[in-house]
Design a binder for this molecule. Sequence first.
Ligand code: FA5
Length: 335
Amino acid sequence: MKDNLKQIIINLEQDLKNATKEADILNLKAKYLGKKSELNNYLSNLKEMTSEEKKVNGPLLNQIKKELENLVNRKLEEITNQETITFDDTKPVARKFGSLHPITIVAKEVTDILKRMGFTVVSGPEMESEYYNFEALNIPRTHPARDMQDTYWLDNGYLLRTHTSPNQVRAMQNYGVPLRVCAPGRCFRNEDLDACHENTFFQLEGMVIDKDISISNLIYVMESMLREIFQMDVKVRLRPGFFPFTEPSFELDCSCLICKGTGCPTCKNTGWLELCPCGMIHPNVLKMSDIDPEVYTGFAFGLGLTRLAMMKYKINDIRVLNNGDLRELKDFEIE
Ligand code: FA5
């Protein structure tokens, strides 16, 4: 038995040499000292022995048990010390940080440009009342212009705003005139989806009201803003448009940067992408917010931020921007 016990110690020493983790050592402890261990077998057999045998084997088995325990404890201590020395919790963790979404980046760039021109950034609710989304913008219930924006109506009588233009009304009511505000935000329309139409997209509303504001001011602001946004010469065109809340109204299109104006699914093969409708604020809109159109005039625009992000980062399908697939968004390598 003595030889067997010595062999157990040798085996444990050997096994401990190969153990590198705390969990390995605890497994060995169970194997050599646990209920099913060889040593425990010997200890259980003691009660079968004569008192003479017990006198000799009892202390021997206890001594072997102590030795095994010491071996295990020493190894545990060794490993704990090693871990303490090698782990430096002040070291920076190599963590991969995310990046901003392309629309967030574009929104910040445009608002920064407008802030430099004296615009204040404001915001409004995504769940809007019919009054702010339509009526106060000169679109009464029976007006056919309501058909231009297929709306999500909510059970509580409110709606998901179809454009950022309700911010025009809120700004006039909250701040009065003179006024120079912009409002980026999310809009919703019940659209047939394609490469350039989403049901959830971003716009940025801009509005200036003061004495003697004219179309020249509007064109100057539009040109300066787009030049700074694209940081290069991008062909834009202004054509007549219609919005009940501006008169005259314009559509500002930019040459499609995906196909360089030759025609592709993103621009519906026209070579142009509708980007920023604008116009002089309709007198009725000013009047409804208690501003005298004989004294004050102004202009407003509704920049399609999602489409702008597409042009800026050459994203040929708008659906990529909303699908939340980080692998696709990572492709743009925007920090
Ligand atoms: C409007 O929403 C007006 N409120 C804009 C405006 C503001 C006109 C102030 C005059 C004065 P429109 O429906 O054309 O207009 O949308 C404006 C821009 O939003 C479009 O040029 C386009 O860039 C973007 N847009 C509109 N619908 C979608 C859509 N389904 N998906 C992505 N972008 C869209």
